[in-house]
Design a protein around this ligand. Structure first.
Ligand code: UD1
Length: 437
């Protein structure tokens, strides 16, 4: 994997994607499970881990804490945190990924203290951690934020009921991590139900934890003395799968997305069918094909799972530029997730952002290749889809974002017939520099 931001992706559009693509393990699940292994005083083998830069960063962070984590195969990580001693996770790597917030819960659970730099991640406006803190405090911890570092200490952790004021994937997982080794019963009410919340619970249970109800609104965690080592395989990536499904529809192609859990894709398949896209479901695969001259418009609202995922919103918006008529996208999870829209409009899309949470797409405009700049991970995926649809050549800059979450994207697209490559940037066009800063 190359995480070099001195590269650009060059795509010649107009090819209908066709064939089969195998989906990697879920990045958002793998990052949480890797951090959860801090709670295990023994060796864990984690399979089906995508080789993406967020994972590489976390491996370095865990090693810096005194644990031992490394890729021992293409998609297998061995992690042994039995000797882990440090509760201090600070520095650039910690600050640039959102999943470092899980270090708070895991280090608190394991060492009863944690000092973690405020987590970063993609910029969708304010990304608060008040619900994480509320949960830690309910378990008896004392939390203090000083100069951008969250310091958490506890003499002991005792189970309690935590009612989440917003449905938060991060806070649900973080409180679960802090509660696994606490005394007594913790109840998380109004919990997030995303597949990766369930996957983290399954991982911890397979190592000896006692967590029930993951995937519902109420999760009950009965504290256990300790966790043991073992082997666990990460679920397939719902968002990577969705990205390829949308790309198939956007290019009028015929693609079978394999190694997935079709029920995780239901909100997307429903929307694609509404647009007139053909869907055929198998046990662990979905075929997406287009046999209509024109896709129908549709309105989409992002919601916590099982609603339409916010992490597929940018890709879906790119697809809606090809539909017949006006579509409305309402973003309900993040306060500011349309920053990338000017990049699509540079390619000839006609998208108007109203306020901060609604985008109105006048469909039917033919996209034309242009130099564009990824403003975050999934926005980068949307630009790739737009580039595949466009006439001519598109150059996508700022690949560091795309590399955070898509494994072997160029290779996988080429396997479906796309004309795509990575090349050195020299230099980035003047018009994009402001976006990159
Ligand atoms: C995770 C995903 C991210 C996805 C998001 C929503 C990972 C590593 N990242 O992010 O890709 O877009 O879920 O599906 O899994 N909130 C609060 N207080 C908090 C925490 C969150 O108000 O303490 C709010 C946020 O501002 C946001 C909403 O809750 O509006 C959802 O955020 P959350 O589910 O926590 O997102 P992440 O876990 O950061």
């Amino acid at each position: 994997m190359n995480t070099n931001n001195d590269e650009k992706m060059v795509i010649l559009g107009g090819v209908k994607l066709s064939g089969e693509v195998r989906i990697s393990g879920a990045k958002n699940s793998a990052v949480a499970i890797l951090v959860a292994s801090i709670l295990v005083g023994d060796k864990c083998v984690i399979e089906n881990v995508p080789h993406v830069s967020d994972i590489v960063d976390l491996i370095e962070i865990i090693n810096g804490l005194g644990g031992r984590a490394e890729f021992v195969g293409e998609d297998v990580i061995e992690v042994d945190c039995s000797e882990l001693k440090s509760h201090v996770a600070t520095g650039e790597r910690v600050r640039r990924i959102r999943a470092s917030s899980y270090l708070m819960g895991a280090l608190l659970g394991r060492l009863k203290r944690a000092s973690v730099d405020l987590p970063g991640g993609c910029n969708f406006g304010v990304r608060p951690i008040d619900q994480h803190i509320k949960g830690f405090e309910a378990l008896g911890a004392y939390v203090d934020i000083e100069y951008g570092t969250v310091n958490i200490t506890a003499d002991s952790l005792r189970g309690n009921t935590v009612y989440m004021d917003v449905v938060s994937v991060g806070a649900t997982i973080d409180v679960m991590l802090a509660a696994v080794l606490a005394d007594g019963l913790t109840v998380i009410d109004s919990a997030a139900k995303e597949p990766h919340v369930v996957d983290v619970a399954n991982f911890l249970n397979s190592m000896g934890a006692d967590i029930r109800g993951a995937g519902t609104d109420v999760i009950r965690i009965r504290g256990v003395e300790s966790l043991h080592g073992g082997t666990f395989s990460v679920i397939p990536d719902q968002i990577e799968a969705g990205t390829f499904m949308i790309a198939a529809a956007a290019t009028g192609g015929d693609v079978t997305v394999t190694n997935i859990i079709p029920t995780h894709m239901e909100s997307l398949t429903a929307k694609l069918e509404e647009m007139g896209v053909g869907i055929e479901e198998f046990d662990e695969a979905i075929r997406v094909y287009v046999d209509k001259p024109k896709l129908r418009r549709c309105n989409v609202k992002t919601q916590p799972y099982p609603g339409f995922p916010t992490d597929l919103q940018p890709q879906m918006l790119a697809l809606l530029t090809a539909a017949n008529g006006t579509s409305i996208m309402k973003e309900n999870v993040w306060e500011n997730r349309f920053e990338y829209v000017p990049q699509l409009n540079r390619m000839g899309a006609s998208i108007n952002v109203e306020g901060t949470d609604v985008a109105v797409v006048e469909g039917g405009s033919k996209l034309i290749g242009a130099p564009v700049c990824a403003t975050d991970l999934r926005a980068g995926a949307a630009l790739v889809i737009a580039a595949l649809m466009a006439d001519g050549v598109t150059e996508i800059y700022n690949l560091k974002y795309i590399d955070r979450g898509y494994e072997k994207l160029v290779e996988k697209l080429r396997g479906l017939g796309a004309q795509v490559t990575r090349r050195c940037v020299n230099p980035m066009p003047e018009v994009l520099r402001a976006v990159n800063e």
